[in-house]
Ligand binder design. Structure first.
Ligand SMILES: [Fe+2]
Length: 300
C-alpha cells in the first residue's frame, strides 16, 4: 500500500492532494480514446469484459468478531468505476446486472467514477442500474471523475430516481434481527468540497457494524478503526493494464493499486478493479469485476 502521503487534515476533514495530469497527456489520452472508439472500441470492450462469463465475480468474506446473528451471512454486491462514455453505454451492463440479481444479495453499493468526461454520460447507466435488485436497496459515493464541471448533483439526482442513493458524508443504518449494519459514505478524498468523516459517522450507535464506502483506497488506512469491518473502494482499475515496466515507460500518474484486499488493522480494505476503463478499451491481468462481500462471524 502507498504511504499515506500528502494528507491534510482540517477538523474532521481529511483531504488528498489533487493529482492533475499535464495538458499534453490529457490531449494525448483523448486522441487515443477517440481513435479506439472509431475502431469499434465499445464493441471490443463489451465482448471481452462485459458479456456473461467475461467478468469476474469475486467473493470476499469479512470475518467480524462478535457479529450479531442477524448480520451473519449479510451479502453486499460492490460495483465500481463504470466510466460511462465512449466504451460503456446504455445496455452494456445488462449481463452484470443479471449476474448480481441472481446472487440475491442484501445490498448493492457503488464506489464512484460513473463517467470519464461528461456528466450526461452517467444517464446512459440509469436503466441498467435501475434493474439491480437487493433486499435493502442501492447506495453510492462519488469518484473523482464525477465532479467534472461541478455537476455531480445531476448524477446524484438521476441515480436517486432509479433507487441508487448517495451517501455524501452520510450514513444509513440497516437493522437486521439483533444487529445493525451502518453503511457510511464519504465524498471523494481528492475532489470533494467537504470531506467529513466524523459527520458521516455521527449517527452510528454503539455496536453497529460499519461498512464504509470511499472511492479512493488511499483512505483505507486512515478510515480504519474498531467497529469498521470494511472499507470498500475502487479508483485503481486494478492497474487496468498490468505489464512490468509499463508504468515507468509511460510515466503514469494513474493511481497505484495497493492490492485487491488489504488488512488495515481491524478493518479490511477491499479495492474493486471496476467494470469500466479509461483511455483504452483494454484490460490485461486486471479483470473487470463485481465483488460480493459476505459478513461472517469471526473467531467462532
Ligand atoms: Fe476510475
Amino acid at each position: 500500500m502507498d504511504e499515506p502521503g500528502p494528507w491534510s487534515t482540517q477538523g474532521s476533514s481529511v483531504r488528498l492532494k489533487l493529482r492533475r495530469q499535464p495538458r499534453w497527456k490529457l490531449a494525448l489520452s483523448w486522441c487515443v480514446e477517440v481513435g479506439c472508439s472509431l475502431l469499434g472500441g465499445r464493441r471490443f470492450y463489451r465482448s471481452r469484459n462485459l458479456l456473461p462469463g467475461r467478468f469476474l465475480i469475486r467473493h470476499e468474506c469479512i470475518e467480524v468478531d462478535d457479529l450479531p446473528k442477524g448480520l451473519e451471512g449479510f451479502r453486499i454486491a460492490h460495483l465500481s468505476d463504470l466510466h460511462a462514455g465512449r466504451f460503456i453505454r446504455e445496455g452494456d451492463l445488462s449481463a452484470v446486472v443479471e449476474a448480481i440479481n441472481q446472487e440475491g444479495v442484501d445490498l448493492h453499493v457503488l464506489t464512484g467514477d460513473y463517467i470519464t468526461h461528461d456528466v450526461a454520460d452517467a444517464f446512459q447507466l440509469t436503466e441498467d442500474l435501475g434493474r439491480l435488485r437487493s433486499r435493502h436497496g442501492g447506495y453510492a459515493v462519488l469518484g473523482n471523475h464525477d465532479y467534472r464541471g461541478r455537476q455531480e448533483g445531476r448524477i446524484v439526482e438521476r441515480f436517486g430516481e432509479v433507487g441508487v442513493h448517495f451517501l455524501r458524508n452520510g450514513a444509513v443504518r440497516i437493522e437486521r434481527g439483533d444487529g445493525t449494519l451502518a453503511l457510511t459514505g464519504v465524498e471523494d478524498l481528492e475532489e470533494g468540497k467537504v470531506i467529513d468523516i466524523d459527520g458521516a459517522r455521527a449517527q452510528l450507535e454503539e455496536g453497529d457494524v460499519e461498512v464504509l464506502l470511499c472511492h479512493n483506497p488511499r483512505g483505507g488506512k486512515l478510515l480504519a478503526r474498531r467497529g469498521c469491518a470494511a472499507v470498500l473502494s475502487g479508483h485503481t482499475h486494478g492497474g487496468q493494464i498490468v505489464l512490468p515496466g509499463l508504468r515507468r515507460l509511460v510515466g503514469s500518474s494513474a493511481p497505484r493499486h495497493p492490492g485487491e484486499r488489504v488488512q488495515c488493522g481491524p478493518t479490511t480494505l477491499i479495492v474493486n478493479r471496476g467494470l469500466g476503463v479509461v483511455a483504452v478499451p483494454f484490460r490485461y491481468k486486471a479483470p473487470a469485476e463485481v465483488v460480493i462481500v459476505t459478513l461472517s462471524r469471526g473467531g467462532a
